[in-house]
Design a binder for this molecule. Structure first.
Ligand SMILES: Cc1cc2nc3c(=O)[nH]c(=O)nc-3n(C[C@H](O)[C@H](O)[C@H](O)COP(=O)(O)OP(=O)(O)OC[C@H]3O[C@@H](n4cnc5c(N)ncnc54)[C@H](O)[C@@H]3O)c2cc1C
Length: 319
């Protein structure tokens, strides 16, 4: 049976997990099944929440993100796992444990797993925010199948032409009708050659807005007034950590390359701070949903082994 988290008095657990989306809930499932007492804190902002459906997840046909998480939470009822729906404000080391302080309770944990995910900074083009997760998406592997063969746009952002070209080239495998909008960036010959090879047309004029009708995308409108009809727009996002807890704890972060900004870990998810792990996209930004869950199960095994060694080094009465 899950422990009850009493307001005011800290609850002792083996592991506190911050973040209760794909990575956090899989961490809790694996550790709960290993007879560990776990507290999961989550403030309900999974990154894919705006999406209508989750795709490309083994065994799950297009389901709503909230339904997938609700089913995952129900599985935890059989184990000694408590899910607390609130935001963790601080995490402090106290001796060989961590004090995790959230709006809805406090836990003292022997180990800590950060599964706090990322959020996406979207291009500031009118219409993008309104349609995010539906007709405006980022990842062809997640949402390309549903719009295959349709007129598609890849929207770049100023200063990121090379990345936008790579995304447009990727997208060209889902449709023969892809237009790359660079939103004002010129394209060097080498990038144009790649686009030509992929059959992608390029438009370097500044974009004014996305044209919507009845809540759906109709077209991309350029600053000069021209409109190009499109069924879906793929955007280049900038990704940021959802939480500063890793910084609070002094964890090292990746400083360059595609994963810049991620929490640095070894192959088991261990961070530079002993006793602290990072699971899912907080550590590996490119993970799809099932990858975040898979990564988390690997992290959970390492956390369990770490606790096992501590159990053996300092035997205590089993709960
Ligand atoms: C629009 C969109 C659509 C997507 N569609 C797909 C798809 O169809 N298929 C696919 O495979 N992938 C998809 N993805 C990618 C997928 O969302 C991620 O791979 C997945 O969400 C990563 O899971 P995570 O657990 O690492 O992080 P997240 O899902 O971001 O979860 C992090 C959790 O931590 C919580 N949290 C953060 N800080 C705190 C704190 N201090 N205290 C308490 N809680 C905290 C947040 O509230 C959140 O619930 C999509 C992404 C986006 C943006």
């Amino acid at each position: 049976m899950p422990a009850v988290m009493a307001p005011g008095s800290p609850t002792d657990v083996d592991v506190a997990v911050v973040g209760g989306s794909l990575a956090g809930l899989q961490t809790a499932l694996t550790l709960g099944r290993a007879c560990r007492q776990v507290a999961v804190f989550d403030d309900g902002r999974p990154r894919n929440a705006p999406a209508a459906h989750v795709h490309n997840f083994l065994g799950v046909a297009a389901t709503r993100p909230e339904d997938l998480l609700a089913a995952a939470r129900r599985l935890l009822d059989d184990y000694d796992v408590t899910v607390i729906g609130s935001r963790v404000r601080t995490v402090q080391r106290e001796g060989d444990r961590f004090r995790v302080t959230a709006d809805g309770g406090t836990a003292m944990a022997r180990s800590l797993v950060l599964a706090t995910g990322l959020h996406d900074e979207l291009p500031e083009v009118p219409g993008v925010h309104e349609l995010w997760g539906r007709d405006v998406v980022a990842c062809p592997h997640c949402h390309g199948w549903e719009v295959r063969g349709l007129p598609l746009a890849q929207l770049g952002r100023p200063g990121m032409a090379a990345r936008a070209v790579e995304r447009a080239v990727l997208l060209s495998r889902w449709s023969p009708d892809v237009v790359l909008f660079t939103d004002g960036d010129e394209l060097p010959a080498v990038l144009r050659t790649r686009l030509d090879a992929a059959g992608v047309r390029a438009c370097t004029d500044p974009v004014r807005r996305l044209v919507l009708a009845e809540g759906r995308l109709r077209a991309v409108e350029l600053r000069d007034g021209r409109t190009i009809a499109r069924s879906a727009v793929f955007v280049v996002t900038r990704q940021h950590q959802q939480s500063d807890l890793a910084q609070q704890l002094g964890c090292e972060h990746v400083t360059d390359g595609p994963a810049a900004g991620a929490v640095s870990t070894d192959s088991t998810g261990a961070t530079s701070v002993p006793g602290v792990w990072a699971a899912g996209t907080v550590a590996v930004p490119a993970l799809l949903a099932i990858g975040a869950a898979g990564h988390a199960s690997t992290v959970a095994l390492a956390v369990h082994n770490h606790l096992l060694e501590r159990d053996l080094a300092a035997p205590r009465v089993r709960r």
